[in-house]
Each structure stands twice: as structure tokens, then as C-alpha cells.
Design a protein. Structure first.
Length: 201
């Protein structure tokens, strides 16, 4: 049965109105047109004009117009309810910095800015990681490895990579193998390194 995104959006709205974190998360994804594009849609976008892309995305997301201000609000509402995916999404936004066009963009060039802030990013990744989200655990491990938004701490880096790796996150499994191979943040153990490299393949 094909997905009816307009109907799904209505149900997510109802869920959010009752305080559902998942409802807010999915509203954020709808308003930011985030994730879920199939290959056919991606190909269409690569060939079209900006107006065509806007039309395609709006149709794909059940007629919901792109609205980053609402998306940010919904992600924040979900994150404040300890939704680990929304927490991680906010970590990503703060780690990269985003300038979201407002609804008045065409008239005056107004933007809704999220200033790049690695400390805030690390805090959101940390919240998400502590809630067990593997992608956030991986990103937090990388932050500790490079000293991004936190003091560099190779032991912490290894621990977070390991947590993500144990959940099957392949990039983290490669990092755990590397740490064991080089003896970074953990005792050197070539056998362990080989085992983790094999899992990462």
C-alpha cells in the first residue's frame, strides 16, 4: 500500500498536539523535507529547476511546504521530550550551522540562523548518546577524538565509539579496530583490532 504522506502528516499533527515526541520529530522532518527520498525522486531533483524541486518536494511530503522555522521548533520540542533522534538532529544542525530561509526570503532575504556552535552540538549529541542512539554515540566519540566542543579525551572517545560499535555502527567498529591497533585510549591488542575491522566490513 503506497504511503499517504498528507494523511500521515495529519496524524503526526494530532500526536504532537497531545505532546508526542515522535509526532514532533516527524513534523520536523516534514517541515524540513528531511530524509526518505527514493532514488527516482532524487533523480528528478537533480534535473529540475529550483521551482521544480520545490514542487517535487512539496508533493513528496504530502503538500507540506518547506518551513525551517517550524522544523526547528518541532525538533526542539521533540528533543526536550528526550527523543534521541531529535537530540541528534539538533546536534547536527549546531555542528554545521545552518542559515534557513524564512517565509519572507524572496522579499527581503531574511534568514533564520542557527549559528555554528560546537559546544551546543556536543551537548545535544551527549544527550542523544546517553539515550542510546548509536549515530550520536559515534559523533560524540569523534568530538572527543578531535576536541570539538569538548576537551579532547581519547578514553571517552574510545568508550563512545565502542558503545556505537556494539550496536552495529560500522564506522565506529572501524574506529574501535584502529584504537586497538594503535593502543589509543585502550591497551594495544592486534587480535581485537582484527576482529573489529572484520565486523566493520
Amino acid at each position: 500500500m503506497p504511503m499517504n504522506r498528507a494523511k500521515a502528516f495529519d496524524w503526526y499533527n494530532r500526536a504532537a498536539a497531545k505532546g508526542s515526541a515522535i509526532g514532533y520529530l516527524w513534523l520536523g522532518r516534514y517541515y524540513s523535507h528531511d530524509a526518505g527520498l527514493n532514488e527516482e525522486t532524487k533523480e528528478s531533483l537533480s534535473l529540475g529547476s529550483d521551482n521544480y524541486k520545490k514542487h517535487i518536494l512539496s508533493n513528496y511530503w504530502g503538500g507540506v511546504e518547506l518551513d525551517y522555522k517550524k522544523a526547528l521548533k518541532c525538533y526542539t520540542m521533540a528533543a526536550e521530550k528526550e527523543c534521541e533522534i531529535a537530540e541528534c538532529r539538533l546536534g547536527y544542525l549546531y555542528s554545521h550551522g545552518e542559515a534557513f530561509p524564512s517565509e519572507n526570503d524572496s522579499a527581503g532575504g531574511d534568514f533564520i540562523d542557527i549559528e555554528k556552535n560546537l559546544v551546543n552540538a556536543a551537548e545535544w549529541y551527549n544527550r542523544s548518546a546517553k539515550h542510546g542512539y548509536a549515530i550520536a554515540q559515534y559523533r560524540l566519540g569523534y568530538f572527543y577524538l578531535r576536541g570539538l566542543g569538548v576537551n579532547q579525551d581519547l578514553n571517552e572517545s574510545f568508550n563512545w565509539f565502542l558503545k556505537a560499535a556494539q550496536q552495529g555502527h560500522s564506522t565506529s567498529q572501524g574506529w574501535v579496530g584502529y584504537f586497538y591497533e594503535k593502543g589509543i585510549g585502550v591497551h594495544k591488542d592486534i587480535r581485537e583490532a582484527i576482529e573489529w575491522y572484520a565486523r566493520a566490513e
